[in-house]
Design a protein around this ligand. Sequence first.
Ligand code: URA
Ligand code: SF4
Length: 240
Amino acid sequence: MVDESRRRQYLEAMGVQLWLSRRAASTPNVEEPAVPFTGEPCTTVEETVVSAEQKWRQLEAGVKQCTACELHRQRTQTVFGVGSHRAKWMIIGEAPGADEDRQGEPFVGRAGKLLNAMLLALGFQREHVYITNIVKCRPPQNRDPRPDETAQCAAYLRQQIALIKPKIILAIGRVAAQNLLNTDISLGRLRGQVHRYGDTHIPVVVTYHPAYLLRSPLEKRKAWQDLQYAMSVFRQSLED
Ligand code: URA
Ligand code: SF4
């Protein structure tokens, strides 16, 4: 017999949430005489497998209230993510900017317009993919998020990825790439190869940030190469 605390650990590891009834949580009195059958169910543990949509709602509500790092102080609102919960492509940027902080949606400013165009070039509408950022609150003056902030926020992204189980992750820019891959190798050297997210098999492909491409339009050609490369990795990952 697996004992109750071990069983809970397994279920939690699988993402199944479990609520113990108050009766089960209290120490059972083994001396108590057997209760006559009353017609009530004899289960002492109420297990509820929470639906994926409920998990999404819980996760988003958790982010909305989050004050785990300093970035909560100056935000207008959190920027959770947008797109299809069944997306095969996940696009992960750095952090909300001013437009995103105002509208509560990732990549809605100038860089977002270019990202939309890049996605369209691949044949995707924005709604077909899932777009989010490494951190969910805007860093003041658009500075890079600090390591303590990305560390505090990482669990949210981890859960988003676990819920979607994308076939490919496209990391947009250096901050996204380095945080997703837990490395300080430069963006230039991370491009053009398949990485894996954590200990999963989910492929990660890295490309330039559209904000950078707006400043350096000549690099767009290389970004297009990255996207085509990502598409070939995606096709391969569908066969795996
Ligand atoms: N830049 C990002 O990295 N993310 C956004 O959501 C907007 C701009
Ligand atoms: Fe919480 Fe992430 Fe916002 Fe920090 S950036 S307050 S960890 S949601």
